[in-house]
Design a protein around this ligand. Structure first.
Ligand SMILES: NC(=O)c1ccc[n+]([C@@H]2O[C@H](COP(=O)([O-])OP(=O)(O)OC[C@H]3O[C@@H](n4cnc5c(N)ncnc54)[C@H](O)[C@@H]3O)[C@@H](O)[C@H]2O)c1
Length: 253
């Protein structure tokens, strides 16, 4: 396979399903060698098989990315198998219960923040030394419409995705002199397997009002993947610190 990512080493988290799988396939189709990281072993293996069947190169690493040992394994695999890390896509994430703050349990808060914000922090911290040594690298984070506004999810998910936006912008500024770019996409509703275990109380989705329902067309995962691949590519060489909505205009409402 030959393309804009020929021979480059790309880590995609949450690549066993949805947006992450579509991104892994898209990178591989452009020649990248992909580390498919996911909690779901079956999903990760299926992504690897699809890439290999199409003539590409990929390896799966299975585990919970909120654990340092798994983060280290993902990083080591990219370095040892593919010679470094050219691109890191922090995409794995989980939804909250759409709860208003007073109804958020400790467990919901801690799990959502841990998976959606702490795990990307851990993996980025592990990968950065390799990008710094190479003098180049591109990081793309999957934020959300809920990283742009207060009316797209519950308190925990909204806080985690606003955190992801802050992390992205801070990375962009801190490392721009060292050849590393960091950007994010903010997907609107996208047809994936993400689970919304909805809180049905008065402070759940009903409290979010018309901005929650005026969300436009549901995207295909491939539409999100195309934006991720663009932001990671040399075509985006002067784009750093942006949060790109991919949302059929939801953020314009
Ligand atoms: N689908 C949407 O409407 C939508 C909208 C905005 C943002 N997003 C974001 O897109 C990203 C991808 O989600 P998706 O919609 O493709 O959902 P998905 O459930 O289809 O895929 C997410 C993948 O992440 C993996 N994952 C979850 N927790 C993990 C962990 N701790 N360690 C490793 N892997 C883990 C899951 O196993 C799954 O394969 C998430 O960050 C999500 O918040 C999705």
């Amino acid at each position: 396979m030959v393309g804009g990512f020929d021979g480059r080493s790309v880590i995609v988290t949450g690549a066993g399903s949805g947006i992450g799988r579509a991104a892994a396939l898209a990178f591989a189709a452009q020649g990248a060698r992909v580390v498919v990281a996911d909690l779901n072993a079956e999903g990760a293996q299926q992504t690897v098989e699809e890439i290999e069947q199409a003539g590409g190169s990929a390896v799966a690493v299975t585990g919970d990315l909120s654990e340092q040992a798994v983060v280290d394994q993902v990083t080591t695999t990219a370095v040892e198998r593919f010679g470094g890390v050219d691109v890191l896509v922090n995409n794995a994430g989980i939804m909250d219960r759409m709860s208003a703050l007073a109804d958020v349990s400790d467990a919901e808060w801690e799990r959502v923040i841990r998976v959606n914000l702490t795990a990307p922090f851990l993996l980025t911290r592990a990968v950065l030394p390799h990008m710094l040594a190479a003098g180049k690298g591109a990081i793309v984070n999957t934020a959300s419409e809920a990283g742009l506004r207060g009316s797209a999810a519950g308190a925990a998910y909204t806080a985690s995705k606003h955190g992801m936006v802050g992390l992205t912008k801070n990375l962009a500024v801190m490392y721009r002199k060292q050849g590393i770019r960091a950007n994010a996409i903010a997907p609107g509703g996208t047809a994936t397997r993400i689970v919304v275990d909805v809180e049905q109380g008065a402070h759940g989705p009903t409290a979010l009002g018309p901005h929650f329902v005026n969300l436009g067309r549901v995207a295909r995962p491939e539409e999100q993947a195309a934006a991720i691949v663009f932001l990671a590519s040399d075509a985006a060489s002067n784009i750093n610190g942006v949060v790109l909505p991919v949302d059929d205009g939801w953020s314009a409402v």
